[in-house]
Design a protein around this ligand. Structure first.
Ligand code: VG1
Ligand code: CO
Length: 578
């Protein structure tokens, strides 16, 4: 092949958000749109590292992935990359990509330098829906802000990109290596099985025999819903082939480029089928499985359910941290520390305190956990947005979270040794009894006018200097709600590289430990999404069994009135409640 220089013009709006660049497919399909971003990324990396490197390109298989991979292969070749690794049929989950960067070696014993992950995660897919791309680094984690800022700067001044003339579209459905001769020698595209590296890694972390005993116990039953995302490929391999689950345990495990027309977001609103199966829907099924779980499009998120029981993601990470050491072989030496994102509830804080573990609170987005993990300061971490993970990789990991829960269930059952199986609900309520309960909910207002959203946020910042007024208002509308003690915008100083990230969410901290947090989403593709996070701590064991919505009603009322939500946005109801 020959390297050709293709003239182009800078395109507006290519700033990566919380997790990469996400736009409508129609935007991505514009001439040079993807190519500009990819070249801008290569230009932001040290050229001596890119030259001769191995990179990974794959994703959740959403609509337009095949076309995008072919474009990226050619640009990679023209920029001096030596080998591109592709998961069969373009499929690699986000956690699998992270594992591959860290673990896989080529025939020369070399690892990958980085990866382009093609996904818009939990956003819908299809010709009129979203596409996305993000770059992950040598440690397997998302590019830090310093790099994404550089990429963005490059997109604003790009005038040309390099691409290869003479590389035909590569067949990504067949496993094998295709080689091309270029100016700097051979360029290879290697297509391999999407699951091999990831499954190998999972086997080093968990006791598969113990989990298999649980799964094949006739008293146990479970249901996994991949929402037609890439998780299905891994679920079949791990749950069916390795752990002996019945095929009927898997729901929507055929990856589809439009996710079957659904929203591949594992929560109580969008994982409708699973919610119904688990007895949390409108009608009750005859038989309800003991354990249920779902994943998002790129399989880094998880939702955990018990029989007629929802585990909040904030509780889930706290419970995993509290139980990890006995239940999961990978943690047998103890935990190095734990971390959560700022809006995530403080359930994890209480566990850290009791177990005397180092604890960190970082801004939203997985990239902030990476530095802590690379420095050996954090073993388990999580976000309220259905993301849980550990330092086995540098992304959140949906299947890992399910295996962690199965391990805890298996371990508890072995300890109990009784006739009756220990349930998810028992584990959670026991946890609340020990640590207290953090009632928690999140209200999302999607696709709000951007200016309206900005005005609402500005209003909330303004109020932070008038806490006297705020507390008078609270006294008027809800005297049963505690006073606000402190209010600020969250700022994070990375303890490893000392970098500072400001404006990471508006916080109102109440005297009784309750919190209200307001943030604008960084993963949407149109308009603005306002996220309102509501949390209230209850230590009294007599008061930990209220329905969450009832317990939080007073705080919700305060949040909506304080922010003038309806006045600013015209919305009387959130789009989604999780
Ligand atoms: C959301 C979540 C955040 C998560 C991010 C990426 O970001 O709130 O916790 O890390 O999505 O998840 P935002 O900026 O929209 O609130 V995923 O599964 O899209 O990679
Ligand atoms: Co995701």
């Amino acid at each position: 092949f020959k390297v050709v220089k293709q003239e182009t013009k800078a395109i507006d709006g290519q700033k990566p958000g919380t997790s990469g660049l996400r736009k409508k497919v129609t935007v991505f399909k514009q001439d040079h749109y993807l190519a500009n971003f990819v070249q801008a990324t290569f230009d932001a990396l040290p050229s001596d590292k890119v030259k001769g490197s191995n990179i990974v390109v794959s994703g959740d298989g959403r609509y337009w992935s095949t076309e995008a991979i072919q474009i990226i292969i050619k640009i990679a070749a023209a920029n001096g990359v030596k080998r591109v690794w592709v998961g069969q049929n373009t499929l690699l989950s986000t956690p699998a990509v992270s594992a591959i960067i860290r673990e896989r070696v080529n025939s020369h014993g070399e690892k990958a330098y980085g990866a382009f992950i093609l996904t818009a995660s939990h956003n819908p897919g299809g010709p009129d829906e979203d596409f996305g791309i993000k770059y992950n680094c040598e440690n397997g984690g998302p590019a830090p802000e310093s790099l994404t800022n550089k990429i963005y700067e490059n997109t604003k001044k790009i005038t040309a990109y390099h691409t290869a003339d003479g590389i035909p579209n590569v067949d990504v459905t067949k496993i094998g290596v295709t080689s091309f001769e270029g100016p700097d020698g051979t360029f290879d595209v290697e297509v391999f099985d999407s699951t091999e590296d990831y499954v190998k890694l999972m086997k080093t972390i968990f006791d598969f025999t113990a989990i298999k005993d649980l799964i094949t116990n006739p008293k146990f039953s479970f249901c996994y819903d991949a929402l037609h995302g890439v998780a299905g490929v891994y679920a079949k391999k791990i749950f069916l082939e390795e752990l002996g689950a019945k095929e009927s345990s898997l729901l929507n495990c055929e990856p589809k480029e439009d996710f079957g027309g659904g929203h591949p977001d594992p929560n109580l609103t969008y994982a409708k089928e699973l919610v119904q199966v688990m007895g949390l829907g409108k009608t009750q099924p005859d038989e309800i499985p003991e354990f249920g779980a779902a994943a998002d499009g790129d399989a880094d998120r998880n939702m955990i359910l018990g029989k007629k029981f929802f585990v909040t993601p904030s509780d889930s990470v706290a419970i995993i941290a509290a139980n990890a050491v006995g239940a999961i072989p990978y943690f047998s030496g103890g935990l190095k520390g734990v971390a959560r994102s700022m809006p995530t509830s403080a359930a994890l804080d209480v566990v850290a305190k009791k177990l005397n573990l180092e604890f960190f609170e970082v801004p939203t987005g997985w990239k902030f956990f990476g530095n802590l993990m690379d420095a050996g300061m954090c073993s388990v971490c999580g976000e309220e947005s259905f993301g849980t993970g550990s330092d086995h990789i540098r992304e959140k990991d949906g299947i890992w979270a399910v295996l962690a829960w199965l391990s805890i269930l298996a371990h508890r059952n072995k300890q109990a040794g009784g006739d009756k199986l220990v349930t998810v609900e028992e584990i959670v309520t026991e946890h609340w009894n020990t640590y207290g309960r953090h009632y928690y909910t999140r209200y999302d207002y999607e696709n709000v006018d951007s200016d309206d959203a900005k005005k609402l946020m500005a209003h909330l910042v303004d109020l932070q200097s008038k806490l006297g007024d705020v507390n008078n208002l609270i006294k008027e509308i809800r005297p049963d709600v505690a006073e606000v003690q402190e209010a600020d915008e969250f700022e994070y100083k990375d303890p490893v590289d000392q970098s500072i990230s400001s404006h990471q969410g508006i916080r109102y901290l109440f005297k009784d430990g309750s919190r209200l947090v307001f943030r604008l989403s960084g993963t949407g593709s149109v308009g603005a999404t306002i996220r309102l996070y509501i949390e209230q701590y209850e230590a009294d064991p007599a008061k930990i069994f209220e329905p969450s919505a009832e317990a939080l009603a007073p705080l919700v009322e305060v949040a909506l009135k304080l922010s003038k939500m309806e006045e600013f946005t015209g919305r009387s109801e959130p789009t989604v409640i999780t």
